[in-house]
Design a protein around this ligand. Structure first.
Ligand code: SF4
Length: 200
């Protein structure tokens, strides 16, 4: 359904991608994309985020939810990049995940999108779709979902699968109103069949 799914966060280099992913926590990519053109025109390198006051940065991203914490995190992340990596975004997972405010999901997105390495980042869409389809158990943690997908999906398809599952969750198997009646996966989907039975 979504063969050409790709990262929807606008960015032109790995540092912009990293900042965009941090900003996208509990916010839509569409909203982040409204803010980042202005932001990236003003802040081009980690030093730029530290050259202004915290209040100024907060003001610049205040349309995005959790902006107070996100501004703090971006400044800590920028300081970390300067201190540990000369201001560059490292291209290996371990260094990425050890940066301030960078979790598994963010590190996986950067590895996959910026550096072309196979990775499966489990966001809210990937988690929901995996569980509805019965690929994972409802009680599985995000880490368990990631490990199960890595086991079940061939490595060379990790990155594409990640983006396709995000698109599928964002545009078809939506959180509130999944389109089960028109879903090509209905036959093999336990959640879809349950929902269809309820509709009668
Ligand atoms: S049948 Fe419904 S719940 Fe299952 S994958 Fe399709 S849209 Fe999602």
């Amino acid at each position: 359904m979504f063969p050409n799914a790709e990262c929807e966060l606008t960015h032109s280099n790995e540092f912009e991608l990293l900042v965009a992913v941090v900003l996208s926590a509990q916010a839509t990519d569409a909203l982040v994309n409204k803010v980042t053109p202005g932001l990236f025109a003003k802040y081009k390198a980690p030093e730029d985020y530290l050259a202004v006051s915290l209040e100024e940065l907060q003001h610049d991203i205040k349309r995005i939810g959790l902006y107070r914490n996100k501004a703090k995190n971006i400044r800590k992340l920028s300081a970390d990049l300067i201190e540990k990596h000369d201001g560059h975004v490292p291209s290996n997972y371990t260094d990425l995940v050890n940066l301030a405010g960078v979790g598994r999901k963010t590190a996986n997105v950067v590895m996959s999108v910026a550096f072309g390495e196979p990775a499966i980042a489990v966001d809210t869409h990937v988690e929901r779709v995996s569980k509805r389809l019965g690929i994972c158990r409802w009680k599985d943690s995000v880490l368990e979902v990631e490990k199960t997908l890595m086991r079940k999906v061939p490595k060379e398809e990790w990155s594409d699968t990640h983006h396709r599952m995000i698109f599928f969750g964002r545009y078809h198997c939506k959180a509130k109103n999944p389109n089960c009646p028109e879903c090509p996966l209905l036959e093999i989907c336990r959640e879809g069949q349950k929902r269809m039975k309820k509709r009668g």
